[in-house]
Every structure is written in C-alpha cells, then in structure tokens.
Design a protein around this ligand. Structure first.
Ligand SMILES: Cc1cc2nc3c(=O)[nH]c(=O)nc-3n(C[C@H](O)[C@H](O)[C@H](O)COP(=O)(O)OP(=O)(O)OC[C@H]3O[C@@H](n4cnc5c(N)ncnc54)[C@H](O)[C@@H]3O)c2cc1C
Length: 472
C-alpha cells in the first residue's frame, strides 16, 4: 500500500522546503523527498550560505588588513587567513542552518523521506536509492529538483583543477592564481573572495561587460573597482581551451581584439550558469513538457500534467530569463502551496524581484535597468547619487559606488533602482517595497531617511532624479 499524503514535494531546496512548510501550515499532510544527507538544497549546501559565509571572512580580512586605518594595532604579526578555520566556521554555519530546516520540518509535522524520487503517474512517487517506498499524493506533487552547475562544450570539468562553485566553496588552500570563466553573480562573488584572500584573479567574460544583467552603469563601476583592487577582467573574451595537468591548468583565451592569451593558473573556475536537474525523475515518462530540460509551467506553476506543479530553478515559463534565485524559488513555493490549499493566488511580478550580488562592492538591483525601460518605450529620467559624499560611507571607509534611480518622466513612476556600494544588498529592500507599492519618485523624496545612514543615498538619488540632490 502506498503511503498517502496531500502534497509530496520532491527536493528540499529553498523552493521545495518552503513550499512544504507553507502547505503544512495550511493543514495539508506533507512529505518531502530529498536525496541529500541534509536539507536546504543548493542555497544552504553549495550556494548562498557557504559563499556569503566566505565573503564575511573576506570582509573580516579586509578590516584586519587595514587595521592601522582603524587605530588598531596588531603588532608585528602578518595578517593571514587560515583556510582550515575558515572552512570549519563556514561548515558550522551551514550545518546550523540545515539543522534549522530539520527542526522546522518536525515542528510542522512534515515527513522527510530520504531518497531519490521518481514520478510514476497519477499522483504516484517511487522513492529509490534510500528509504525505498511508494508514495501517493492525494492533491498535488510539487517538483522542486533545482539546478546544477552547467559545463561549457570543449571544457572538461575535472572537479580538481577545472572546477565549479561546488568545489570552489571547499578549497582548503588559497590559490596563487585563479581564472574565473563567467562574470555573473557567482563568478564575481568568487573573484571578490579569492582576491581578498590573496589570489591573483582573472575574469573572462564572453559579453562586453561584467555582471551583464545589471544596469550598464553598475557594470562599469564594478569593472573600475575590480581594477583598483587588482582583479583583471577580460570582457568580450572567450575561453577557447583548458587543459588540466600537474598542479594547474593551461587556459587559452581569445581576447576582444582577436589575439590569444595563454594563462597558466592554479584553478579554472567555470561559473557560466546552471542547468535544470531532472535526471532519474521520469519527467518525460509521465508526460511533463520540457523545454531545454526545464519543466514548463504556467504563471501559477502548474505543469501540463494535472496534479504536478513545479517551482524554482528547474522551471521555465517558455521565454528566457526565469531568475534562478533562492528567494524567487521560495516565493513560488508559497504561491503554489497556497493555490493547492484553495487560497486565492496570484502570479508573481518578476519585474519586482530584487537581485543581490555580494561581491565587493555589493550590488543590489530591482526593476528595469535604464536600457530595459527605454526598450519598453518609457520616456525615462534617471538620478544618481554617489556613496563617496555620504557621511556614513566615509565613516565605514567604503565610498565606491552609487545609487541610480530609473523613473518614468510622465507619471514620475519608479521603474528601477540599481545600486553598487556598501550595504547595497540590504538597501535594495526599500526599493523593492517602493516598486511593489508602485511608488513615485516624489514619494521616495518625501520618505524621511534617517541620518547618518547608507539609506540616505536612496533618498538623495530620488532627489537627484528630480534634479535637486541636496548633497551633490
Ligand atoms: C554559488 C552559488 C551562490 C548562490 N547565491 C545565491 C544568493 O546569494 N542568493 C540567491 O537568491 N540565490 C543564490 N544562488 C541560487 C540559489 O541557490 C538557487 O536559486 C536555489 O537554491 C534554487 O532552489 P531550488 O529549490 O529551486 O533548487 P535546489 O536548491 O537546487 O534544490 C533542489 C533539491 O532537490 C534535490 N533533488 C533533485 N532531484 C531529486 C530527486 N529526484 N529526488 C529527491 N531529491 C532530488 C536536490 O538534492 C536538491 O537538494 C546561488 C547559487 C550558487 C550555485
């Protein structure tokens, strides 16, 4: 006899585990099948949490390296980083959080079934490679099987010298040199981590600018700041070959001017994106419509097969650009659980999804870039305020960057806010609420920002959009 549940979730990443908790809160008997030894998926085990833990170490090292500026004496001792301790602390943070999810499962009476799930049709799920059993979902199955690092044709990832983010988070040495292929969020975060730890970092980006999804002004500022910090960026450039051998990798790069540069490096980190995980799921066997391996869903995350929904990194709406972000997967999980429970649910507005990149300096953005707003036909006006003149930023000695506001001239509607600089990944929350509430720039101007704070830069950028910044 199969074990019956109202909802069966496959995958305990930020999409799956949040969907399960919400379903259980709404009174649905819920099970989660997860094949890893710990809950939390990519975000907790290999993604957001380990990388940001390493970035906190990088930040601590930066303060220690500039101890003199802060009037702190460290004597004659050289400031160094101990990777064994770094890794141990990072692992403690990860373990604490995965145990936290386990606790939440117990609290909400969610069964964690340890194993790999396979869809069998009509609400059925077989669990193999673990606690083998047959399950049946009375109401719905939610597929949240996520994503995994994607390689590049012609570059063989050996996971030792030619690595992905999965290996980079666990390095127990500071490489002398590292080449990073791809300058999306993952690439530039690792560039900041290892540059600060002492590696000589080179980024190779195929597109003409770093962080290509960001506003062009943000990309230019990051490139400038990285140059100052000693990170080399080759944009419009392509890795044409990589051969691991001995203690390193020989990398061939075709530069933007067509010449070839050969680089011998300790590690090549391939950070060119992630692809969907559906292996072993029998997705096609039960008739799920796939597009380039991603599961096709409608705006309420229903697949073409009644009784099966999908959320998170594994889904596509058909067009390009479903954001692979933890908070997006969680929001989708909540909408899906609420719909299954019979609550009113509405599609997510993906124009209002904040994106945060935790490189140094940090990037926070939400809404349309200036180029996107123009492409959609808005009569655009922009306002920018630099952190360099802000009291709080001067105190923190973090003066690179700016806040840029993109607005519609006709109705003064806020269309996008893009920032690079200190605390940008926090400051973007205010901008996200403003966009969600369809605020005007005038409303941001009239919002009183406490002094002295980094958030004043957002208020000042609003003033600048009306041509009247107070402090520039
Ligand atoms: C280095 C890195 C840094 C990142 N940093 C950030 C960040 O700062 N902020 C942010 O928002 N996002 C970040 N992300 C992205 C974020 O981690 C993902 O968007 C998010 O984890 C997606 O969640 P998910 O639930 O869709 O899938 P996943 O987290 O990938 O979870 C899927 C789960 O399903 C399980 N699974 C798969 N198939 C089966 C099966 N057949 N049976 C049972 N279990 C199965 C897997 O083991 C996995 O645990 C980062 C990603 C990386 C790689």
């Amino acid at each position: 006899m199969p074990q019956d549940y109202d909802v069966i979730v496959i995958g305990a990443g930020t999409g799956g585990y949040v969907a399960a908790i919400r379903a259980a809160q709404l009174g649905l008997k819920t099970a989660v099948v997860e094949k890893q030894k710990a809950l939390g998926g990519t975000c907790l085990l290999w993604g957001c949490i380990p990388t940001k833990a390493l970035l906190e170490h990088a930040h601590a090292l930066k303060i220690a390296q500039h101890a003199k500026d802060w009037g702190i004496s460290l004597g004659q001792a050289a400031v160094t980083i101990d990777m064994t301790q770094v890794q141990a602390r990072k692992d403690r943070v990860v373990t604490g959080l995965t145990k936290g999810v386990e606790f939440l499962f117990k609290k909400n009476k969610i069964d964690w079934i340890k194993g790999t799930a396979r869809l069998t049709g009509n609400g059925g799920v077989d669990v193999f490679e673990g606690e083998q059993q047959t399950l049946r979902a009375r109401r719905e199955i939610i597929v949240a099987t996520g994503s995994a690092p994607r390689g590049v044709p012609g570059i063989e990832i050996d996971h030792t010298r030619i690595i992905t983010s999965d290996e980079a988070i666990g390095l127990r040495e500071v490489p002398k040199t590292m080449v990073i292929m791809g300058s999306g969020a993952v690439g530039v975060e690792f560039a900041s981590i290892f540059n600060r730890f002492g590696s000589d970092v080179t980024i190779v980006e195929l597109l003409p600018r770093l962080v290509p999804v960001e506003d062009e002004a943000v990309s230019a500022e990051l490139e400038k700041s990285f140059r100052k910090q000693g990170i080399t960026s080759h944009t419009g450039a392509k890795v044409t070959g990589a051969k691991a051998g001995g203690d390193g990798v020989d990398v061939s790069v075709q530069l933007a001017d067509g010449t070839t540069k050969n680089i011998r490096t300790d590690y090549l980190l391939v950070a060119t994106g992630r692809g969907p995980v559906t292996t072993g799921l029998n997705a096609e066997g039960v008739g799920l419509q796939l597009e380039k391996g991603y599961i096709s869903v409608d705006p309420l995350f229903r697949t073409n097969v009644p009784g099966i929904s999908a959320v998170g990194d594994v889904i596509t709406f058909g067009g390009p650009g479903h954001p692979q972000l933890a908070h997006v997967s969680s929001a989708e999980g909540i909408v899906t659980a609420e719909r299954i429970a019979g609550q009113e649910s509405r599609p997510i507005n993906y124009d209002h999804v904040p994106g945060c990149t935790y490189c140094d300096p940090e990037i926070g953005s939400v809404g349309l870039t200036e180029a996107e707003a123009r492409a959609r036909g808005f009569d655009v006006r922009v306002g920018t305020f630099p952190f360099g003149v802000l009291g709080r930023a001067k105190m923190a000695q973090e003066t690179d960057g700016f806040v840029k506001i993109v607005a519609d001239k006709k109705y003064d509607e806020l269309l996008g806010v893009h920032m690079i600089g200190p605390r940008s990944t926090e400051l973007v929350a205010e901008a996200t609420v403003a966009l969600r509430l369809e605020s005007t720039v005038e409303e941001l101007i009239r919002t009183i920002h406490a002094h002295p704070t980094f958030a004043e830069a957002v208020g000042e950028a609003a003033h600048a959009t009306h041509g009247a910044a107070i402090h520039t």
